[in-house]
Design a protein around this ligand. Structure first.
Ligand SMILES: [Zn+2]
Length: 237
């Protein structure tokens, strides 16, 4: 029984390491997702600026064509001015030209604003593109490191799985069944607990002296009266 229990403890250690590695792998995929999100957010910000730039360029061209139309109206009005008969008509046309010019000056102001904003955007886009190259490189190297780590962990999992199979094969089916049932009842997953100085290391409670003595003397399967884990005598000192 003693040998069997020690083998069972080894199985338990393997299972603990396995589940730790699996949890770490879960964290790794979350980390990878986060890195991808980061890059994606950056690319989105860049795309937003690029589309603002395109919109603004279009707006600038619209202003340009408005100004052009306006200028030709001014020219037409000037032509009309040559053939007016009355002073009243003349004054009205002059007023019209003034209004058209005022309108154009407003458009020119807007065009200037557009140009300033376009200039800012152009600089910001260029900077973002440069940063994007750096960020991509950085993420690529981080991902490379993570991939190596994942590969090592997966290799270790295969090793652990093989070792577990071998150990499990050496355990009596009835004991193995008892182990699995106990494990499923434990929140922490540990089914076997060592006993040292009359303390169960599964729940840190004292086991009755009689039971402790028995555990010493008899080579039998025993359970902690508090946490119901399978007990084994730890004589490692
Ligand atoms: Zn216990």
């Amino acid at each position: 029984m003693k040998e069997q229990l020690y083998t069972l403890v080894k199985v338990q250690k393997i299972e603990t390491e396995t589940s730790n590695i699996k949890a770490e792998l879960g964290q790794v995929s979350k980390k990878l997702e986060k890195l991808d999100d980061e890059l994606h957010a950056f690319e989105q910000a860049l795309a937003d600026e690029e589309s603002s730039f395109d919109e603004l360029t279009k707006k600038y061209r619209d202003f340009e064509s408005d100004a052009q139309t306006n200028l030709s109206s001014v020219d037409k009005t000037k032509v009309k001015l040559r053939s007016v008969k009355t002073n009243k008509e003349y004054q009205a046309l002059l007023k019209e030209i003034e209004d058209q010019k005022a309108k154009n000056s407003k458009i020119e102001d807007q065009m200037l604003e557009c140009l300033e904003r376009l200039d800012e955007l152009e600089k910001s886009i260029a900077k973002k593109k440069q940063d994007h190259v750096e960020l991509s490189e950085q993420l690529k190297s981080e991902k490379g490191i993570i991939a190596q780590d994942v590969e090592q962990k997966k290799k270790r999992l295969v090793e652990l799985d093989m070792a577990r199979e071998e150990m499990v094969g050496m355990i009596e089916p009835k004991l193995l069944e008892k182990y699995n049932t106990t494990k499923s009842q434990q929140a922490g997953g540990l089914a076997v607990a060592s006993v040292k100085n009359a303390v169960c290391y599964g729940c840190n409670m004292n086991i009755p002296p009689q039971m402790y003595n028995e555990l010493h003397r008899r080579d039998a399967l025993m359970f902690c009266p508090h946490c119901h884990r399978i007990l084994y005598w730890d004589d490692s000192g």
